[in-house]
Design a binder for this molecule. Structure first.
Ligand SMILES: *Cc1c(COP(=O)(O)O)cnc(C)c1O
Length: 384
């Protein structure tokens, strides 16, 4: 690799003061130890305890929605979010092909079918303009519901995702939802702390999902949450994720097939400590963006991805976008071999064996970005 990349790698190491710099590590201090220790001392580490309620309330308040239901992971949150808005077997759900596998898997768990939409370079999320033209061409209304004319399946919902924390064009997507009678469910797994037009991501969808996996901006070890403003949907989500048990002092009666998806109290304790630090995490991540902007300016044929217009992003993962002239794998090899842990974007869903037969539009930008994106170390850090 040439001089500019060697310098780039050295500057990242000195920024973090480490020989091997991970992609994204959780940040803990005494507060996490205090809350988790307290949880253990109470004995209530599992399915009952006050940290879950506290975590749900703090989260709902932070995001600006009426209800948050804490669950075991983000995938489970997506699964239940789709189920409670009425996605059924053989329905299609529109989603980006450029996403983490969980988005597509959650649809499959309901025996529904992912239908892949292209993204744009400005947001790395669903391209509303091309989505609208595409739906005009391939759909028709039947009794007030929208059907794919080619597959004869109902298209029930759209599941946009905010890539690396950068909000996609929610207002345009909501307009399309209205026009085609689609339900909006947001995969906000990566975008806790990101705002679109001043409102938090995950507060636009009828229901939304967040993840608190170990690599996310806030972690509960493993965990997720379902967000909604609708009391009825919130109650149903809580019911389904707690084995659909009918409240009773001692009897075990369950009124439908439910799921054991409740977040354990010990994980929620960790989450309560983490949530308190959100504003500092975001401050540090945005400072990191400024540092990287300067570093990337010295690299030829590369840009640092910055937040789209109308958005304030959490900058969860810092992102290089390479010109076509550069070889992604050569750069990945160099960085990873030299202690800078970096990753390509996920292989697009339509290129994976189990999803290659799913309906899709032309995915030109997705396929191009697939070869041009590299995530670089993004742990919040104090910039001196
Ligand atoms: C992390 C993530 C999820 C959920 O992942 P879990 O590991 O199940 O918490 C879902 N969608 C996207 C886009 C994600 O990045």
């Amino acid at each position: 690799m040439n001089k500019e990349w060697i310098e780039f790698k050295d500057r990242i190491k000195s920024l973090y003061g480490k020989e091997v710099v991970p992609l994204h590590e959780p940040t803990f201090n005494e507060k996490e130890i205090e809350y988790v220790t307290d949880c253990i001392k109470t004995g209530w580490v599992s399915s009952v305890g006050s940290y879950v309620t506290q975590f749900e309330e703090s989260l709902a308040k932070f995001v600006g929605v009426n209800y948050a239901i804490a669950v075991v992971n983000g995938t489970a949150a997506l699964h239940i979010a789709l189920k409670i808005v009425g996605v059924e077997a053989n329905d299609e759900v529109l989603m980006p092909s450029l996403t983490f596998i969980a988005t597509a898997n959650a649809v499959s768990y309901l025996n529904a079918v992912p239908h892949f939409i292209d993204v744009n370079e400005e947001t790395l999320g669903i391209d509303p303009l091309r989505l609208e033209n595409y739906l005009e061409a391939i759909t028709e209304f039947r009794n007030g519901e929208i059907f794919n004319k080619e597959t004869n399946r109902r298209i029930k919902a759209i599941l946009p995702m905010h890539t690396f924390g950068h909000p996609c064009e929610l207002e345009e997507i909501m307009r399309i939802c209205e026009k085609f009678n689609l339900t909006l469910v947001e995969d906000a797994a990566e975008s806790l702390g990101s705002y679109y037009k001043g409102k938090h991501t995950g507060s636009y969808g009828k229901v939304s999902a967040i993840s608190f996996n170990g690599n996310k901006i806030v972690t509960t070890g493993g965990g997720g949450a379902i967000l909604t403003n609708d009391l009825e949907l919130a109650s149903y989500a809580k019911h389904l994720t707690t084995t659909s048990k009918v409240p009773h002092k001692w009897e075990y009666i369950h009124d439908e097939i439910g799921y054991n998806y409740r977040m354990p109290n010990i994980n929620a304790a960790l989450g309560c400590a983490q949530l308190d630090k959100m504003s500092n995490f975001i401050y540090q991540k945005r400072q990191l963006t400024n540092v990287y902007t300067n570093l990337v300016n010295n690299l030829s044929n590369v840009r640092l991805f910055t937040e789209p217009s109308n958005s304030k992003s959490n900058y969860w993962l810092q992102t290089l976008v390479l010109d076509e002239a550069l070889n992604r794998d050569e750069i990945l090899t160099f960085l990873n071999h030299n202690g800078i842990i970096s990753r390509p974007i996920w292989k697009p869903m339509h290129m994976l064996e189990m999803y290659k037969e799913c309906p899709r539009m032309e995915l030109i930008i997705t396929e191009s970005l697939n070869m041009r994106i590299i995530n670089i170390p993004s742990t919040p850090v104090e910039v001196k």
